[in-house]
Design a protein around this ligand. Structure first.
Ligand code: NAP
Length: 252
């Protein structure tokens, strides 16, 4: 690793879109810190990737784990150039193989439990807030820092207030958590603008992963593409944007 090598940390990178983001960044010469809540799963995933890849334990809902990960990055690398907040959950009922049809039916605003909404927001919203706050000091040590939040078109109030194919999926759990993530993205973009730290949200398409019982119709390569593009942008890149592949502006 040379002084000019970019260092990126990707949360939830042991499977799905996160693993593909890690794979593509490593293929572009980036040093990748492949973060996973279960270190063994992260180590196994890291072995499938070519390039400079370092597994690291990071549960975005666990304060001690976040603190330990930031300390480890500080000690081993001294800075961070790119933070990709990718980790998320769509449900918290323990039914990982639940069909999307059943998920949509039981997660409607009138039915979903407040406990499940809290658990989803804990990962998708407060997890991103806590991880970002913990890593900002390391991003400040970069010449050219950027934060990429993996959001969803399901988080767009503009899109979901009109008829559309995924509108029935918008709920107070996952859907609204991505709306809140968009708001947090904008808040960080505003706060860090004067320091030149870029903060953007991206949306994958409907991608076949565990998150949707593998019912998505796009590949992880397609799903990762916009996050990777934005993560590779230099100091002339934008801040405070919400885009899908390729560089298509999405309404908040
Ligand atoms: N798939 C889609 O169609 C789609 C569409 C729009 C947006 N997205 C977004 O894309 C991102 C990646 O999702 P995906 O589709 O790739 O889903 P996925 O395959 O289920 O991957 C989610 C990842 O997040 C990790 N994770 C969950 N809770 C965590 C926690 N507390 N701490 C750390 N890691 C945690 C999971 O770890 P474990 O393996 O340990 O569970 C897994 O590695 C998410 O932000 C999602 O909202 C996906």
């Amino acid at each position: 690793m040379t002084e000019n090598t970019r260092i990126a940390l990707v949360t939830g990178a042991n499977q799905g879109i996160g693993l593909q983001i890690a794979t593509d960044l490593a293929a572009n010469g980036v040093t990748v810190l492949l973060a996973s809540r279960n270190l063994e799963r992260g180590k196994a995933a890291a072995q499938t990737i070519a390039g400079d890849v370092h597994p690291i334990q990071l549960d975005v809902t666990d304060e001690a784990s976040i603190r330990a990960a930031a300390a480890q990055v500080e000690q081993q690398f001294g800075r961070l150039d790119v933070l990709v907040n990718n980790a998320a959950i769509s449900r918290a009922n323990g039914q990982e193989t639940e069909t999307m049809q059943d998920y949509i039916k039981r997660s409607r605003a009138t039915l979903i439990s407040v406990d499940e909404v809290r658990t989803i927001w804990e990962t998708n919203v407060f997890g991103v807030l806590a991880v970002t706050q913990a890593f900002v000091p390391l991003l400040r040590k970069s010449k050219d820092a950027s934060i990429v939040n993996v959001s969803s078109s399901l988080g767009s109030l503009t899109i979901n207030s009109k008829p559309g194919p995924y509108r029935a999926t918008f709920n107070p759990g996952y859907g609204a958590s991505k709306t809140a993530l968009n708001a947090i993205t904008l808040a960080f973009a505003i706060d860090l603008e004067a320091e030149g730290i870029k903060v953007n949200a991206v949306t994958p398409g409907y991608t076949s992963t565990a998150l949707n019982n593998y019912e998505g119709n796009e590949t992880v390569e397609q799903g990762a593409a916009e996050a990777v593009r934005v993560a590779l942008l230099g100091s002339d890149g934008p801040t405070g944007t919400f885009t899908g592949s390729v560089n298509e502006a999405y309404p908040w």
